[in-house]
Design a protein around this ligand. Structure first.
Ligand SMILES: [Zn+2]
Length: 424
């Protein structure tokens, strides 16, 4: 039986039977027309004014806050890159044991460590990303509204900070952070646009990596594997077919604009159609993972070419359902909150120069890679990676530290933002 929870996607009437709630593509991105001159002048002046007011309000809440963060290393240079992945589910990465070889690059990459028991605090972007970037916990979610973020902490410690994104334009929390960076760039294309490929972020990242600043933090907020999956990769990455770009009778079911009268619930209750639909979704999703593999590896290659002490961390913001079991869950932010939505990949890569200065780093990461942790570790881990100290730093929440704590029971938030024991 398919869940009938109401769906708050932009066109509600056509998506109503999907068992997800109100994480919406529309909420995460203003549309293309709203960002491109001169259309934005006509269409979104009011919305931009409203957004500016929201960002200012965010600023007011945290204006006087300080971590007391300082750079505590005698090393001349450190580059830290954080890639925030989108809709990345742990089990579909070849490097994590998936039956398909979806990570040909990362699987071959030296000095890359994949953590295997990391769970996101929440199963939707608008909650999980603020939790990753702040010291907020599921027990104390209010912290993210009156403390600054990890990016601000790096600024405080004297780092040059850059925020590069092809999503979440319009999210006041993230835009407040990015506006306080030394450099910010949002690629102004729509999530529904086939040209909004993550690799485009690297044009901007290269300039930052090569600038004269000695300490740099570069955040890449990618679009990863967000639905529709076939829009996340070019034709050359259509390894698994049929995918959502293929001409099949089922294609139109996921193109409601083309065929609004189809009742998906009735169709999916016929097992043969369900299997066909699952095949299209999984093939497309896996192709998007292949492209994510290429994007992460390209970022590492670019960073490696700088020949400087550098660390890169990639973490998924949450996972995804792909009609996996009898619940027929699809997408994310479901009320049920499956393990597919919470179990996320976390990769750490270190440069030769970084490991020379910190000979224990790889051993520490290896020893920690199977500890059971949540995305809450990101804040303290980045601080340690970037040699930043501050009075309340917590070694038990750093993946670079032998004291990293492993918890048999993990807590996060459900889609109603209530405290939840995470599925494992
Ligand atoms: Zn997300």
């Amino acid at each position: 039986m398919i869940g009938l929870t109401y769906v708050d996607l932009p066109d509600k009437s056509k998506w109503r039977i999907f068992p997800i709630h109100n994480e919406t593509i529309g909420n995460e991105l203003l549309s293309y027309t709203e960002k491109v001159f001169p259309l934005n002048l006509f269409l979104s002046t009011g919305r931009i004014i409203h957004l500016r007011k929201d960002i200012k309000q965010e600023e007011t809440h945290v204006n006087d806050f300080s971590f007391g963060a300082t750079y505590n290393s005698s090393e001349e240079e450190t580059t830290v890159v954080l890639i925030i992945g989108e809709t990345a589910r742990y089990s579909n990465f070849g490097i994590n044991g998936y039956t398909r070889p979806t990570t040909p690059h990362l699987s071959q990459r030296s000095h890359l460590i994949s953590f295997d028991s990391v769970y996101s605090i929440a199963n939707l972007t608008t909650v999980s990303v603020p939790f990753m970037l702040s010291r907020a916990t599921p027990m104390h979610p209010e912290i993210y509204t009156h403390e600054k973020s990890i990016v601000d902490a790096f600024s405080e410690a004297g780092y040059y900070t850059a925020w590069l994104a092809n999503q979440s334009f319009g999210n006041p929390f993230l835009m407040r952070i990015s506006e306080n960076c030394d450099y910010q760039h949002y690629i102004p294309t729509d999530v529904k646009n086939h040209d909004n490929l993550d690799i485009r972020l690297l044009d901007y990242a290269q300039n930052i990596m090569e600038n004269d600043s000695k300490q740099k933090l570069i955040v890449l907020h990618s679009l990863g594997c967000h639905f529709k999956y076939n829009l996340r990769y070019p034709d050359s990455f259509r390894y698994y077919q049929p995918d959502l770009s293929s001409e099949t009778p089922l294609k139109d079911i996921l193109n409601p604009d083309d065929n609004p009268d189809i009742h998906l619930k009735e169709l999916l209750e016929k097992t043969d159609l369900l299997e066909g639909m699952r095949e299209l979704l999984v093939n497309s999703y896996d192709n998007a993972i292949c492209y994510t593999d290429y994007f992460i590896d390209s970022t590492i290659s670019m960073l490696d070419a700088q020949n400087k002490p550098a660390v890169l961390i990639y973490i998924g913001d949450h996972g995804e359902n792909l009609l996996d079991d009898e619940r027929h869950l699809f997408l994310h932010a479901t009320y049920q909150g499956s393990v597919y939505e919470y179990h996320v990949p976390l990769f750490v890569w270190t440069s030769d120069e970084y490991r020379t200065l910190h000979p224990n780093v790889e051993n520490n990461l290896q020893a920690n890679k199977s500890k059971s942790i949540t995305s809450m570790v990101l804040f303290h881990s980045l601080m340690e990676a970037g040699h930043i100290s501050y009075p309340q730093w917590d070694a038990s929440l750093s993946i670079f530290n032998p004291q990293l704590r492993s918890d048999s029971v993990l807590y996060g938030l459900d889609a109603n933002l209530k405290l939840k024991q995470l599925p494992k």
